[in-house]
Design a protein around this ligand. Structure first.
Ligand code: ES4
Ligand code: ZN
Length: 326
């Protein structure tokens, strides 16, 4: 069978996905209308045309603006449900997704509203599609430590719904060390930890995420290749990297997908996975991410199988659950 059919057919787990990054313009306009919110672009087409980025920050500015129309629990439900419907068609059977509470609580939306909407959709997705899930609360690293601590406090009543904490947003100038104490508290409360590191920032930030935040996975991690001793460490500990090919292309982390480091990383023994990051903004969900690197780097079915298997081994499913999924 063709590589395309092979990618479509193989069961996959998604481990790096921002739910706010799945907000398609069609749904954004629909929700804006019912909430009497104004979008600064005249139409769906105009909005899509604005999705052209030179770096991470240019993307983030548009991504946070888009989230502004989300007000009610139903909005968060609809957002999450649309994502699950989409990836169910793509044979994604397990998801570990991020939400950014501060993006909403800073606009006066309660933590409760946000998490209830997302969680209810995830439960329905499990019931209707059999998609298992974990939820990861991500701190915005451009905000201060106090704000992250407040967010962690708000999360405590929902501990059973949140498996881990993460760190995202503007990387350069906001190193993991800024959140060492918050992550320490999060671990004491029983949360697993991950962090975006080495997307635009240096290898040093990946070291900090490992040594100071005690992360179990690195989100992106592209820049680890600048530091041989770091690669050695990540291989030795089999710390997974959640790579996002189309994101890297759209945010100019790589100039061309032919330059994407995923194959180099696999060959060096790193545990790498393919993910979609913010699919509504970067032009593709899981299968499009697999397909685009398969095309650019001439991946074999064996390599695609390895990536799909990695997505489960890198997940937070138990060993028993993994056996049932792979
Ligand atoms: C993000 Cl691609 C990326 N990097 C950092 N933070 C983010 N938040 C949403 N997408
Ligand atoms: Zn991300």
């Amino acid at each position: 069978i063709s590589i395309k059919k092979f990618i479509e057919g193989i069961p996959k787990a998604e481990l790096h996905l921002h739910i706010e990054g799945t907000f398609e313009p069609e749904l954004m306009f629909e929700i804006a209308k019912r909430n009497n919110k104004i979008i600064s672009h005249a139409s769906i087409d105009e909005l899509r045309k604005a999705y052209s980025f030179n770096n991470l920050q240019e993307f983030l500015d548009i991504y946070y603006a888009g989230a502004n129309v989300l007000i009610n629990e139903q909005d968060f439900y609809d957002l999450t449900w649309a994502y699950l419907t989409k990836v169910h068609e793509q044979n994604v059977v397990h998801v570990e997704i991020f939400f950014d509470p501060q993006t909403h609580t800073d606009r006066g939306i309660s933590f409760d509203t946000v998490i209830r909407g997302i969680h209810k959709a995830l439960e329905d997705g499990k019931k209707q599609f059999g998609i298992s899930f974990k939820l990861i609360m991500s701190f915005l690293r451009h905000l201060d430590e106090a704000s992250a601590f407040t967010t962690l406090e708000q999360a405590l009543p929902y501990k059973n719904w949140i498996s881990g904490v993460g760190l995202d947003s503007s990387e350069i100038g906001n190193p993991p060390s800024k959140f060492e104490r918050v992550f320490e508290k999060a671990r004491e409360e029983g949360f697993l930890t991950v962090a975006h590191a080495g997307e635009e920032g240096p290898a040093e930030y990946i070291w900090e995420a490992l040594d100071l935040l005690k992360i179990t996975r690195i989100d992106h991690g592209n820049r680890c290749l600048d530091d041989n001793s770091l690669v050695q460490k990540l291989v030795e500990l089999q710390i997974p990297l959640t790579l996002c090919p189309l994101s890297n292309l759209e945010l100019k982390v790589v100039k061309d997908l032919k330059d994407h480091p995923i194959v180099t990383m696999m060959n060096r023994g790193l545990l790498v996975t393919v993910n979609s990051d913010d699919p509504a903004y970067f032009g593709g969900y899981m299968n499009e991410n697999y397909q685009s690197i398969a095309d650019a780097l001439q991946l074999s079915k064996k390599q695609i199988t390895e990536l799909a298997k990695n997505s489960f081994s890198a997940s937070w499913l138990t060993d028993k659950e993994k056996e049932n999924r792979i």
